[in-house]
Design a protein around this ligand. Structure first.
Ligand code: UDP
Ligand code: MG
Length: 326
């Protein structure tokens, strides 16, 4: 029996680009099929409010390679990837965006590495075609992550990757619910390697990641793989205490000095007190904020809600045959 490749594609309001995504993927996969690799395209309709759902169902009707999971609402990119991964049946699974920012033409390179016995092959962005601010934000995030994360996550690799069945099973088995997929992927270990590629600009439509959701993703990534922020708080607290002690000594010293000189007429200390209060209270607020970041995630994990809910799956059974008379 042929080996099978599953391609997982999360899609949220991608109606403009879907047809082109399908066309390019099918072209690439057809050439792979000649080399004895069967394939399935697992689209995850992540609560789209446009015609994405209907367009995907049309693809299912026309092509037996396509399967679609419709989530009951918008659960977010990471949840959609998780959903797709749990449905993928292939011996090898590729995760990529549905907006063609991850070019399908890179697939053969990923598969070559897989054949060389790597279980995880992640795609590394060589260049981003996005505006400067966004590129800078990503650059900073990945460096910050490398500096404080307790995980050697490869720089500039997103969720675009290939997973062997063994790696996919391990990922599916992880109980964590706020999933930072690229972090978990690194965490599972096995033989991993990267393949460089050039990330294209979005083909059509609007990015659904707002600045806020990107910041939340970054926070999830940092907090779920690093306890450094917690430790920084402790250090900040220590420094604060030492600094206040030093300042206290200084105040006492100055007061004694002026008493001895008989000159204590200058009203003094207002600004100083204000500064001190400000310093300490800001350290406290900061610490509370960091603790809150962890607490909120513990809260979410403890509630034990699933990462996603699948409303329905549209697919054709294997014996139904293909629409194009294959
Ligand atoms: N996406 C999704 N659910 C969301 C947001 C995005 O499934 O809530 C999909 C989206 O359709 C795309 C991929 O995730 O295929 C990446 O999203 P986007 O292009 O908005 O992010 P960017 O490429 O700007 O990082
Ligand atoms: Mg995109």
């Amino acid at each position: 029996m042929d080996e099978q490749l599953s391609i997982v594609l999360p899609a949220h309001n991608e109606q403009e680009v879907l047809a082109e995504t399908y066309r390019r993927l099918t072209a690439t996969c057809a050439s792979l099929a000649e080399r004895g690799l069967d394939y399935e395209l697992v689209f995850v309709n992540d609560g789209s409010t446009d015609h994405t759902g209907a367009k995907l169902d049309e693809l299912v009707a026309a092509d037996h390679h396509v399967r679609v999971a419709h989530l009951t609402r918008n659960f977010g990119h990471q949840a959609a990837v998780t959903a797709g991964l749990s449905l993928a049946r292939g011996d090898v699974v590729v995760i990529m965006d549905a907006d063609l920012q991850d070019p399908p033409e890179v697939l053969p390179d990923l598969l070559d590495k897989w054949r060389e016995d790597y279980q995880v092959v992640y795609a590394v962005r060589q260049a981003r075609k996005e505006w400067f601010g966004k590129r800078l934000a990503y650059w900073v995030f990945y460096r910050l992550y490398a500096a404080i994360g307790e995980l050697d996550m490869p720089l500039d690799s997103g969720d675009f990757c290939l997973l062997d069945r063994s790696a996919a099973d391990l990922l599916n088995g992880l109980p964590e619910r706020q999933r930072f997929v690229r972090g978990l992927r690194t965490w599972i270990g096995l033989n991993q390697t990267g393949v460089e590629y050039e990330r294209s600009a979005r083909q059509a439509g609007q990015p659904s990641y707002s600045f806020r959701s990107l910041v939340r993703l970054a926070m999830d990534g940092l907090v779920s793989f690093s306890t450094m922020p917690l430790r920084v708080v402790t250090r900040l607290g220590l420094i604060g205490v030492l600094a206040s002690a030093g300042l206290g000594l200084y105040v006492v010293g100055v007061t004694i000095y002026e008493k001895v000189k008989g000159d204590d007429t200058t009203p003094r200390g207002w600004a100083f007190t204000a500064c001190l209060v400000l310093l300490l209270s800001s350290v406290q607020l900061l610490s509370l904020g960091v603790i809150g970041e962890y607490l909120s995630r513990i809260f979410l994990e403890v509630k034990g809600r699933p990462t996603f809910l699948i409303g329905r799956v549209t697919e054709r059974s294997a014996d139904e045959g293909s629409g194009e008379g294959a």
